[in-house]
Design a protein around this ligand. Structure first.
Ligand code: ZN
Length: 111
């Protein structure tokens, strides 16, 4: 299977990852699961981005240039996301500094 033929498989994998991540991290309330796997979820997206972009016809130099940017965006998103132990919600701050200390949904203390 070459990269052109792999595109539907990779795009399907990307869609499954996106929907699964939405359900697990934004709809679900399992905070220990979220804390354990949120960074892995982002890492999976970065790893999947490289072959997906190349199979979509993006030049290798462009993929090499964009991958660090995708990783940076993922890092900032991870740093700006917190999980409330009291209500189980996922809280994303627009600016990660200063980090919130109280849940905006239930008032519970964030750690
Ligand atoms: Zn809360």
């Amino acid at each position: 299977m070459n990269l052109d033929q792999a595109f539907p498989v990779l795009a399907g994998g990307w869609a499954v990852l996106a929907v699964g991540g939405l359900l697990a991290f934004y709809v679900g309330r399992n905070v220990p699961f979220k804390r354990k796997y949120f960074a892995w979820f982002h890492a999976s997206g970065i790893v999947l981005f490289i072959p997906l972009a190349m199979s979509a016809g993006m030049a290798p130099a462009m993929v090499a240039g964009m991958t660090p940017l995708v990783a940076l965006v993922s890092y900032v998103h991870i740093r700006s996301t917190q999980f409330c132990s009291a209500c189980g919600r996922t809280l994303v701050q627009q600016l990660p500094i200063p980090r919130a200390t109280v849940c905006s949904q239930c008032g519970g203390e964030l750690r």
